[in-house]
Design a protein around this ligand. Structure first.
Ligand SMILES: C[S@@+](CC[C@H](N)C(=O)[O-])C[C@H]1O[C@@H](n2cnc3c(N)ncnc32)[C@H](O)[C@@H]1O
Length: 250
C-alpha cells in the first residue's frame, strides 16, 4: 500500500469515527469495521494503531515496541508455551504479521492464522504474507475464523490500551481464547510490578492475581517474569499432557 493510499484510508477512518455508523463517505471496509466495534477502547485502538502504522510503516515502532529485540523476546516467550511443527496457531492482535516472520526464522512451520482489530494492520499483514490467513475483528465480537479450533491461541501486546474495566476485559479475552484452543493459550501484559507502573496511563495487570484466577480456570497455569522487567507472560494449558510441551523452567 502506498503512503498516499494509507493516508486516504486513515482519513476515511477518522471520518467514520466522527460520524459514527451512519458515515456514508467512508470506505466500505472501514465503515463496516467501525460499525462492529463495541466501545470506545476498540475505537481508540483502531485510531491509535492506524496512526502509528501510517507514520512508521513496517517497523517495530508501528506496533509500539521499544525495539525489534523487545518485540521478539516476547515472541520467544510465547513460543515456549510449546508451539510445535504442524500445530495450528491463532495470533490475536497479530499487527502486521511479524510473528510469522519470526516463526519462519526460528524454523517453526505452523499453520498460522492472524486476527487484528485494526483494518490497516490486517491489510498490511496480508500484503506481506499472501499465503497466510489474516482476519479483521475481535474474538469478543465474533469474527469468522477459517477453522473453529486451534491447537494454540496466543496474544502479544493487546491489553495495554484498555481503559474500560481492563481486568475484566483481559479475563474475558483469555476465556474467549481458551474456548477455541485445544492445547492452550499464551498471553502477555505489562506488569503492575514494573517500575513506575502507576505513572503510566497504559494498563498494567497484576501477574499474581491473574495467575491465581487462571489456576481456577485450567488444569495448569504458569507465570513467567524472567524475560523483561516490565512484562509477564501467562501460559494456560487445557490438559496436563499439553503442559508437557512447555519449553521453559523457572
Ligand atoms: C502492540 S501491537 C502488537 C502486535 C503484534 N502482536 C506484535 O507483537 O507485533 C497490538 C495489536 O493488537 C491489536 N489489538 C488490540 N486489541 C485487540 C483485540 N481485542 N482483538 C484483536 N486485535 C487487537 C491492535 O490493533 C494492534 O495491532
Amino acid at each position: 500500500m502506498t503512503s498516499s493510499s494509507l493516508r486516504s484510508l486513515f482519513a476515511d477512518l477518522r471520518l467514520s469515527l466522527r460520524l459514527g455508523s451512519t458515515a456514508r463517505a467512508a470506505a466500505p471496509a472501514v465503515r463496516e469495521a467501525v460499525q462492529r466495534v463495541s466501545h470506545d477502547d476498540d475505537r481508540h485502538t483502531i485510531t491509535h494503531f492506524s496512526r502509528l502504522l501510517s507514520r512508521h510503516g513496517h517497523s517495530h515502532a508501528a506496533l509500539e515496541w521499544n525495539s525489534r529485540e523487545s518485540q521478539e523476546r516476547r515472541f520467544a516467550a510465547l513460543a515456549d508455551v510449546g508451539l510445535g511443527a504442524g500445530d495450528t496457531l491463532l495470533d490475536v492482535g497479530c499487527g502486521i504479521g511479524d510473528l510469522v516472520a519470526w516463526l519462519e526464522r526460528a524454523g517453526l512451520a505452523l499453520d498460522y492464522t492472524g486476527v487484528d482489530l485494526t483494518p490497516l494492520m490486517v491489510e498490511t499483514a496480508q500484503a506481506r504474507f499472501p499465503d497466510r490467513a489474516f482476519l479483521q475483528g475481535c474474538l469478543l465480537n465474533g469474527v469468522a475464523l477459517p477453522r473453529p479450533r486451534f491447537d494454540w491461541v496466543v496474544a502479544s501486546g493487546i491489553f495495554a490500551h484498555r481503559r474500560d474495566r481492563p481486568d475484566a476485559y483481559m479475563r474475558a479475552m483469555i476465556e474467549a481464547m481458551l474456548a477455541i484452543a485445544d492445547k492452550g493459550v499464551a498471553v502477555n501484559s505489562l506488569s503492575l510490578k514494573a517500575e513506575y507502573a502507576h505513572r503510566w496511563t497504559l494498563y498494567h495487570a497484576d501477574p499474581d492475581t491473574t495467575l491465581a484466577w487462571a489456576r481456577e480456570r485450567v488444569p495448569r497455569a504458569v507465570l513467567r517474569e524472567d524475560y523483561d522487567p516490565n512484562d509477564f507472560t501467562l501460559y494456560l494449558y487445557k490438559s496436563e499432557e499439553a503442559a508437557r510441551g512447555l519449553r521453559w523452567a523457572p
